[in-house]
Design a protein around this ligand. Structure first.
Ligand code: NAD
Ligand code: TYD
Length: 353
């Protein structure tokens, strides 16, 4: 079958990437979807078992830092468009291993930009390089207000600095070479398939196992949470309707202090696990704060809502319940990803906090 478009999605075995791959493979049978992923600790093909045999889907194992491999891949497959999600994504790991973030997030992104530019150089018409980024590039909000697309970059962690750098390269390739690009910056995601190093799945897993819930500092930091499938729907909207060269902020207008969010998770888990009310909250343990911990993130999502007609489909209460149900019903997934190397990470990260 001749496909309408060949799309390369990077990082498709990860949390958000797997939801994006699934949406594109099932919604657009006229597109051929290539999922390029290195399968780091965060990449897991079990996230995609339901679509792994779809005729318009192909998995490729590889590293975006390897420019020779990337150039060959683009030459062999002649992609029409790229949706780039592959990244090192955890702030705590960026504090202990910043260079991994420089290589994958900065060098890897520039390798992909070069490969796209070289492949499409004779005619950019109909092509798109879509870079998926984060609201963390804007830094930390202290006095109210929201991040808009015009907010100046002010990254504070090695993770956000590496993402900010990659965003700048993507825009520089548009400005300098006219590469057709679009960038989106999204708030914190939650939902199924989230690796349990991040707050929500880590705490669900610890409650399940009756382990302490390590709250950094006083738990007063604020995050703006969006259900992962709504982010995937936003990526679909930006890919198809976004204007070349533009940036779109994505968020759910859904701010929570960590401690309030944790209490909702504890209450819901008590109900689901048939425990007495208040049982899980007893696991809350205040630990040493994260170095350079950003106080508050909050996205103004008006541009994507007004210009592209996207809005979140789920209220938070519904989304968090769905998420908790998913982890309870997929305890094997959790057990698999938390065996082996995860235990060493957990000990290094939390033993001396
Ligand atoms: P994740 O860590 O769950 O997944 C990242 C994926 O990239 C993994 O499958 C991993 O194997 C792959 N990968 C890592 N290094 C690679 C390399 N060198 N070559 C090829 N593949 C590699 O991350 P996520 O939470 O799904 O985030 C996806 C993207 O969305 C990232 O770019 C992140 O910055 C951005 N983002 C995440 C959030 C969030 O809340 N998780 C919010 C906004 C934006
Ligand atoms: P995280 O899920 O790592 O996302 P990000 O730092 O990218 O926003 O953390 C979300 C919030 O939860 C953040 O304020 C740090 C806090 N946190 C804890 O209090 N304890 C933990 O064990 C983790 C992983 C995070």
């Amino acid at each position: 079958m001749a496909y309408e478009k060949k799309i390369l999605i990077t990082g498709g075995a990860g949390f958000i990437g797997s939801h994006v791959v699934r949406l594109f493979v099932t919604k657009y049978p006229q597109y051929q979807i290539f999922n390029l992923d290195k399968l780091t600790y965060a990449g897991n093909l079990a996230n995609l078992v339901d679509i792994e045999n779809a005729s318009n889907y192909q998995f490729v194992k590889g590293d975006i830092v390897d420019s020779t491999f990337i150039n060959e891949l683009f030459a062999n497959h002649q992609f029409d468009a790229v949706i780039h999600l592959a990244a090192e994504s955890h702030v705590d790991r960026s504090i202990t291993h910043p260079m991994d973030f420089v290589f994958t997030n900065v060098v890897g992104t520039v390798n992909l930009l070069n490969a796209a530019k070289n492949l499409w150089k004779d005619d950019f018409t109909g092509h798109l390089f879509y870079h998926v980024s984060t609201d963390e590039v804007y830094g930390s909000l202290h006095d109210g207000g929201f991040f808009t697309e015009e907010t100046s970059y002010d990254p504070q962690s090695p993770y956000s600095a590496s993402k900010a750098s990659s965003d700048h390269f993507v825009r520089a390739y548009h400005n300098t070479y006219k590469l057709p690009i679009v960038v989106s910056n999204c708030s914190n995601n939650y939902g199924p398939n989230h690796f349990p190093e991040k707050l929500i799945p880590l705490f669900i897993n610890n409650i399940r196992n009756n382990k302490p819930l390590p709250v950094y500092g006083k738990g007063e930091n604020v995050r703006d949470w969006l259900f992962v499938k709504d982010h995937a729907r936003a990526i679909d909207a930006v890919f198809h309707k976004g204007k070349i060269g533009e940036t779109y902020n994505i968020g759910g207008f859904n701010e929570w202090t960590n401690i309030d969010l944790i209490k909702v998770i504890c209450k819901t888990m008590d109900k689901k696990l048939g425990r007495a009310e208040g049982e899980s909250e007893k696991l809350i343990t205040y630990v040493k704060d994260r170095a350079g911990h950003d106080l508050r993130y909050a996205i103004d999502a008006n541009k994507i809502m007004k210009e592209l007609g996207w809005e979140p489909s789920l209220q938070f209460e519904e989304g968090i319940e769905l998420t908790i149900d998913w982890y309870i019903n997929n305890s094997e997934w959790l057990d698999n990803v938390t065996s082996g190397e995860y235990m060493k990470y957990y000990q290094d990260q939390y033993t001396h906090r």
